[in-house]
Write a protein that binds this ligand. Sequence first.
Ligand SMILES: Nc1ncnc2c1ncn2[C@@H]1O[C@H](COP(=O)(O)OP(=O)(O)O)[C@@H](O)[C@H]1O
Ligand SMILES: N[C@@H](CCC(=O)OP(=O)(O)O)C(=O)O
Length: 370
Amino acid sequence: MSSTIVVKIGTSSLTQPNTGNLAISTIAALVETLSELRQQGNRVILVSSGAVGVGCARLGLSERPRDIARKQAVAAVGQGRLMRVYDDLFTTMQQPIAQVLLTRTDLVQRSRYVNAYRTFQELLDLKVIPVVNENDTVAVEELKFGDNDTLSAMVASLVEADWLFLLTDVDRLYSADPRSNPDARPIPLVQHLGELAALQVETAGSGTNWGTGGMATKIEAARIATSAGVRTAIAAGKYPANIVKILQGEAIGTQFAAQPRTPNARKRWIAYGLIPTGKLYLDRGALKAICEGGKSLLAAGVTAIEGQFEASEAVQLCDRSGVEIARGLVNYSSRELQQIRGRRSDEIPAILGYLGADTVVHRDNLVLIQ
Ligand SMILES: Nc1ncnc2c1ncn2[C@@H]1O[C@H](COP(=O)(O)OP(=O)(O)O)[C@@H](O)[C@H]1O
Ligand SMILES: N[C@@H](CCC(=O)OP(=O)(O)O)C(=O)O
């Protein structure tokens, strides 16, 4: 049966740790595996990091630039080089590829999100492997994915993938960074991300100087992807052929079970495309109403508000301790909500001096976060 498979590979796997030069044998093995998967009828997307690392090697820079403009310039050098290498190798496998560079804003605006979705579908229908990266050269700091782990999870959610593979320079997730902690225990399977707290998994430490985010961003990616219904695996970038073995059911790397997928595409955009600008804390009655009753959120159930936001923006709906339970588009600004929180809906016109929406977040604009 054919699947939609998103594979993300990090800089630490694509480049030699000492010189920053391309790890050609790894890239060639990756190209072979992905081409074979494609030719077996699967829909395949590659999310590849490496623009900054490869750009640095090309320009003879020995470390990742800290200055933003310099980093953006270096990425422009590396991205072209990287695509040249991919295109040469994929062409030897008769496999067409496409470059897709995304910024975070492309997923925030509904029209651009839908447009990106359509372009991916078209490319996959044409049997092309899209090679995706963040558009580092134009992305602005405040609106960045920041790391390709998050980007790949959002792409996997956008295209409703069956699998997300996060290929890195360790063979799986451990209870702590295995580089600094030889007693770290391997974690083969995560049924639910809640288990990680009980397993006391530490994600501090970010491997080589070239990787961004370390394990923490991979766990966050697994959270986004699994709650969008995508099975996720963390595995060694050195052995891309393991992807095929994992698809055949072998217990390699760390595998995260998928949660049921939100069937409504617009709700998935609310949950995974938008960037929340505020937090609403809910009382127990409101949590029960939205979680068990499938109801809208009313002002009466909001106990506190954090952040500055306008009506129609995305907010996180949290329990008393700040754990996010749901996300939604809010009908009132933070200023208005400060005035009406805890109050009955029929009191709102008198408090605000005008007739607003009955609900703070309507159930059609509200999605539970697993
Ligand atoms: N709990 C953990 N389990 C495994 N690796 C961890 C853990 N915590 C931190 N790490 C580090 O994360 C690194 C991988 O992240 P990173 O360097 O960002 O890779 P990539 O370039 O593939 O995104 C590993 O080399 C490892 O040192
Ligand atoms: N977009 C950046 C990659 C950022 C990133 O997440 O890097 P990595 O941790 O190596 O996957 C680049 O191409 O250099």
